[in-house]
Write a protein that binds this ligand. Sequence first.
Ligand code: HEC
Length: 285
Amino acid sequence: MIMRLAISFVSAALVLAALAAQPAIAADTPNPVADAKAFQKFFTNKFPQLKPEDFANGPYSMNEDLHRQWEEKEQFPPYEFALETGKQMFATPFKNGKTYGDCFPNQGIGIRQDYPYFDEREGKVITLELALNRCREANGELPFSYVKDEMASLTAYMAFTSRGKPFDIKIPDDPRALEAYQKGKEYFYTRRGQLNFSCATCHVQEPGERIRAEILAPALGILNAMPIYRSEWSGMGTISRRFTTCNSQIRGVPLSPQDEEYRDLEYYLSYVSNGLPISGPGARP
Ligand code: HEC
């Protein structure tokens, strides 16, 4: 009896919840175009002295001192070595004679701004890092670690050939693409970890503020400079490395690199920065 009561209570609650959710669903129909517009407006209002393209330099966009540091760094960029390595790797044929270029449109040159994209055949988001490893595997090579130097070198070179090209992420007319976008957005705004922070807590609410010695980058343009060299890492970091590091910072459990949720997150973050130029590879203090 108690059981049955409990069950009917639960199902009544579910029905009520479903009813209550109805209008919310209608009002919440994802609208990426409006999202991106509001997102960009939020940051340009918050930092009225910045031009939209300035945001592609992460923490260096946040004040003049930092901007000067950035200009000085660009004279002898610490990512130079990775860039050279990446260029060579990119040109070196696999054992079967094919190259990375053969896996990509335009031989892989100047295409960074189109990634990630939604693959309608697979129904999934494909990032550049994932596409690079798939290219290796399709040609009989082992995949690279997503958080180590080889992947950072390859993406550094591909970003470099795309510098100045505005992010041009598309959401095809496919409900699964919209869902991936929406999931990425949810991931970005969901609080987690022992500190109960979301990505937005730091990168939307507090950009320009200091955490320990670091100036928080604004979420607008936050992927444009990837991959980045960081003194703290004494090396390069991919998008995967940065996502997992930020998850650990809030004492949360990071997902595996290139987990579907991280790819959706990258899709969302790149989409809302549409129009801002690729500036990678970057260097950070
Ligand atoms: C506790 C605050 C905090 C949270 C929460 C946080 N980050 Fe970060 N994040 C940082 C700090 C500190 C840095 C290094 C300084 C900087 O570049 O912002 C950083 C850097 C980054 C960068 C590199 C920016 C650049 O231009 O160098 C990316 C990308 C990034 N975070 C993404 C995320 C994502 C995605 C999430 C959610 C999964 C997240 N962060 C959550 C603190 C945070």
